[in-house]
Ligand binder design. Sequence first.
Ligand code: DAK
Length: 260
Amino acid sequence: MIYEHIRTETDGRVARITLDRPEAMNALSVALMEEVGQALALFGADDGVGAVIITGNEKAFAAGADIKDMARLDYTAAMTRDFPFNAGGWEALNRFRKPVIAAVSGVCLGGGCELAMACDLIIAADNARFGQPEVKLGIMPGAGGTQRLVRAIGKAKAMELCLTGRMMDAGEAERAGLVAFVTPLDSLQERALETARTIAGHSLPSTMMIKESVNQAFESPLSSGLVFERRLFQGTFATADQAEGMAAFVEKRRPDFSHR
Ligand code: DAK
């Protein structure tokens, strides 16, 4: 595929999507998000891909949705055309079933922060800055900022960030529980790749079930979530990888997963 606003590559079982509009701090135009959706569709269908990294450049993961696109909208257009016009990428990411890592350096604001939070885990460079500055534009978060942020860092901090529009640095984001870990900028891609390789080296049915089960924790009461988890756990005993993983442990060797 030839893309205009992103770059994609694969390295073994790891795929990477690099947001590539440096002139606009990787602002998430409708066209860019469509391309993210197309790339995710291909990686989702590719049995050779076990994990995906979404990243930006050193200065910007993404500075939010494209304000120059949005400035032209009125309420009727935003509402009836369901801004951002059902851009495939947002829904594709929400539906994507394989693990996705956001490798974040530089600004990660507004829709950029929402995109990172829609991934399964965030790894941050020490120069990363997170925020929901929509309030400063006379709007509010529209792609999960008021929903996923509160689940990640709690009401008090989410309220403060969304209501003031201030940015938090990588250290604060790690302490608040938004990011899995912080690493020096020059090692971000290496650490993200290492983490993605570890995940993609495990059984794909296992990692997909774990992702689904962790996400279920946000959707259901504990009693239902525990039943959901147990059913998926029992389902792992129908996979070839369960037999291989346990045999490998008993035989003191590395498992050779077939992802089946
Ligand atoms: N949109 C368009 N262009 C942007 C941009 C953005 N979000 N952010 C930066 N740029 C452009 C600047 O206009 C500038 O372009 P030129 O003037 O050179 O042509 C270039 O990137 C460099 O930016 P600066 O000159 O401003 O660079 P600085 O280092 O001084 O500042 C900054 C960097 C990131 C702090 C600053 O640019 C900034 O504050 N940017 C805006 C951040 C922001 O407010 N983000 C929130 C946008 S609202 C939804 C999905 C998503 C959304 C809503 C709904 N649905 C699925 C329903 C999301 C909404 C938002 O994100």
